[in-house]
Design a protein around this ligand. Structure first.
Ligand code: GLP
Length: 244
């Protein structure tokens, strides 16, 4: 769907998440959310915080799994996705911190495969993700699934694309300070979510959105794999949809 502006679109997405949380509360079951970082979902989180503060929406039954984290990365670093999620969402709601999962950027290399298998298992044991929200990088990555990612890939350590590192340079004060690797949920992990919502705003995303939605399905643009799913929705503003 194409919305008039990112704010209206983000409020729409936040309200769908809130409805899910409330319907799960009614049946005393957890809502399992797949969350994303970046500029794109910030207004969704802001609306969820508003719903908590002004309308009493509780997150006590919410369990979250973030898509990715840089590697290596200290959780306390300003650029970590842990810091991002705390500042934009978790510090302002009543979620139980033991229900929050973000890939661990502090692991020793040899411990990463076991951590990733455990991450998948935790999601699986809960019956899978109810909703996964996504942004999209200019390489066509979702999470940090860069070009070359396999459609059935699971959570794993990946190498970041040069373009992705250049785009992140601003946050790190220069590309050389951007980690070269990340731990990300796989395309296969994302695909198992019952509902996938990819959001993109602005003219800067127009050409990658055109490729993702209309381009040939290929590992060269990982987001094209989403064309194979019947429970994906693209939520766009008019500039991001302008090349469709
Ligand atoms: C990073 C994140 C992605 C995100 C992308 C786009 O690479 N790992 O999950 O979708 O950036 O970021 P932005 O929303 O800031 O454009």
């Amino acid at each position: 769907s194409v919305f008039e502006n990112p704010k209206i679109a983000s409020i729409n997405v936040a309200h769908r998440i809130a409805e899910l949380i409330k319907s799960k509360q009614a049946s005393n079951t957890p809502a399992v959310l797949g969350l994303a970082t970046g500029v794109t979902p910030i207004a969704v989180y802001a609306e969820l915080v508003r719903l908590h503060k002004e309308e009493g929406l509780s997150f006590k039954n919410v369990i979250t799994f973030n898509l990715d984290e840089y590697y290596p990365m200290a959780p306390t670093a300003a650029q970590s996705y842990v810091t991002f999620m705390n500042e934009n969402l978790f510090n302002h709601i009543d979620i139980d911190k033991k229900n929050v999962h973000i890939p661990d950027g502090t692991l020793a290399l040899e411990d990463i495969p076991a951590f990733c298998l455990e991450y998948e298992k935790k999601i699986g044991d809960l019956g899978g993700l109810d909703i996964q929200i996504l942004g999209i990088g200019r390489t066509g990555h979702i999470g940090f699934n860069e070009p070359g990612s396999a459609p059935n890939s699971g959570t794993r350590l990946v190498t970041l694309d040069d373009l992705t590192r250049r785009d992140a340079a601003r946050d790190f004060g220069g590309k050389t300070f951007v980690p070269t690797k990340a731990i990300t949920m796989g395309i296969g992990t994302i695909f198992k979510a019952r509902e996938i919502i990819l959001m993109a705003w602005s003219r800067k995303k127009a050409s990658i959105i055109k490729k993702a939605v209309e381009g040939e399905i290929s590992g060269d643009v990982p987001a094209t794999y989403l064309q194979l799913s019947d429970h994906v929705e693209f939520i766009l503003d008019a500039p991001a949809a302008s090349e469709l």
